[in-house]
Ligand binder design. Structure first.
Ligand code: ATP
Ligand code: AMO
Length: 434
């Protein structure tokens, strides 16, 4: 609508056309108020029944809640109105009437189960506190893009239909590709490495990853958004610096540019940007500290992967974002490089939020013979990865990178209980539509 004014921009004295949804109608008899809602807020429309055209009053007050309305009128100051101004209408048009039975109450007066909300996302996102999550998510992605660009990275897009997996065979979604077996990609891992060896050198991608994980938890999705980085001539410590910069930039951007959204979610007062460098603990220190908390039934020993309770215990102990470095080589993937002076120790790292893992990364094995040996050690057939491995024969520089879970970043920044709150249309074991 060419002449539409957002409700937040309607100023006293203006003649405006506002359009949006009927949030509420309060009929007090001789006077009635319609609250109209759009993406910027709400505005009161005043109907003085005796002084107004009958048809206009009937149209305005006869509509059902959540119908879409356009109202033309004059804006006046009114201290008793919710936003301090109100519109006296001269024209009212019902653009799209809503059923009187709604599956969900967008005014938020009636609580709804998450499944009802996800089944009716359009209505759910009319609630300011839900909409705010996705405005913040967009801001976080914008901040990530800007940070990568400031680190000389080029944004890339890699295929999501692939011939081979990289992050463990059990988590692949198989599909049929013109009669051939193919998979939904679990990670842009191999493609971003191929680009680190190309003329682009430093790349990033924000895109979907697909994992056929069987478990149903508040922090796993079967389709997630991965924020990936790969840089040529980088080691794992530089990759950690970039990961730290992206996470901090996300918090800073939210604090600076999303005041209204934080307000809507109820976080404006308590929102904090992490300060200082994120501590870097070795895996060995991490298991010692977890054991010292006494919170696990069994003590962890060198070589164990960290169980969820271990991550939680360590998160409570450290109390801020932290890295875990120098993991045992055997529990990191084939593409991660070992330390030169100790083959048992990898350059792999994780960046943890006190609540959960956010990032995995490391320096990559760029030496052809070592890479092939790594495949064999993990029981993978290097032939199947020929498209990848052969590029390591034509001048592959040392490189490092990471993958950051986009929804986990939003979830931890906003303190959301369930990762599904950070996705418009989540994919989990029970949910394939909408
Ligand atoms: P009736 O006599 O049929 O009850 P009325 O037209 O006389 O209706 P008012 O006394 O003018 O109603 O207002 C009813 C209520 O609405 C009051 O509590 C008043 O404070 C409130 N009110 C009046 N005008 C506005 C306004 N522009 N914005 C918000 N609240 C208003
Ligand atoms: P990893 O498998 O650890 O590493 O994934 C990286 C990050 O992605 C997020 N993530 C998920 N988020 C929600 N639901 C899931 N099912 C899910 N799986 C992963 C997590 C995790 O830390 N190729 C490597 C990265 C690299 O080395 O560059 C990889 O994919 O936040």
């Amino acid at each position: 609508m060419r002449n539409r004014t957002y409700t937040a921009d309607a100023a006293p004295g203006d003649e405006v056309t506002v359009a949006g949804w009927v949030h509420e109608i309060r009929d007090l008899g001789g006077i009635a108020f319609l609250i109209l809602r759009d993406k910027t807020g709400q505005i009161q429309i005043k109907f003085e029944k005796d002084d107004m055209d009958e048809d206009l009053v009937e149209t305005g007050l006869g509509v059902s809640r959540e119908s879409v309305l356009s109202v033309t009128g004059t804006v006046a100051e009114e201290p008793r109105a919710p936003t301090g101004v109100e519109v006296t209408p001269s024209e009212v048009e019902v653009i799209a009437a809503a059923d009187t039975e709604l599956p969900l109450d967008p005014s938020g007066k009636v609580d709804a189960e998450i499944s009802t909300r996800l089944n009716n996302r359009t209505l759910d996102l009319r609630k300011p506190e839900v909409k705010a999550i996705f405005e913040i998510r967009a801001e976080i992605q914008r901040a990530a893009r800007e940070t990568f660009r400031n680190h000389d990275c080029t944004e890339i897009n890699t295929p999501k239909i692939v011939a081979t997996g990289t992050e463990g065979g059990t988590e692949l979604f198989p599909i049929t590709y013109f009669g051939e077996e193919a998979f939904m990609n679990q990670s842009p891992q191999l493609f971003k490495q191929l680009m680190a060896g190309s003329g682009l050198e430093r790349v990033f991608e924000i895109g979907p990853i697909f994992r056929a994980e069987e478990h149903n938890t508040p922090r796993h999705l079967n389709e997630a958004t991965s924020i990936d980085f790969e840089g040529a001539f980088c080691d794992h410590t530089e990759a950690m610096d970039v990961a730290e910069a992206v996470v901090k930039a996300a918090y800073e951007a939210v604090a600076e540019n999303c005041e209204a959204q934080l307000e809507a979610i109820g976080l404006a007062e308590e929102f904090e940007v992490p300060d200082g460098d994120f501590p870097r603990l070795s895996y060995e220190e991490a298991i010692e500290r977890i054991n010292a908390t006494g919170k696990l039934d069994e003590q962890l020993v060198w070589g164990d992967d960290l169980p969820t309770e271990g991550e939680v215990a360590l998160g409570e102990d450290v109390g801020e974002h932290y890295f875990i470095t120098d993991w045992p080589s055997e529990i990191k993937p084939f593409y991660i490089m070992d330390h030169e002076d100790d083959e048992q120790l990898s350059t792999g790292f994780d960046l943890m939020h006190p609540r959960m893992e956010l990032v995995s990364g490391g320096q990559r094995e760029h030496r052809y013979e070592h890479l092939i040996a790594g495949f064999e050690q993990q029981g993978l057939d290097p032939e199947a990865f020929d498209y990848y491995t052969k590029m390591f024969k034509y001048g592959m520089p040392p490189h490092a990178g990471f993958g950051l879970g986009g929804e986990r970043l939003v979830m931890t920044i906003l303190g959301l209980d369930n990762i599904r709150e950070a996705v418009l249309f989540p994919r989990d074991r029970q949910r394939l539509s909408p």
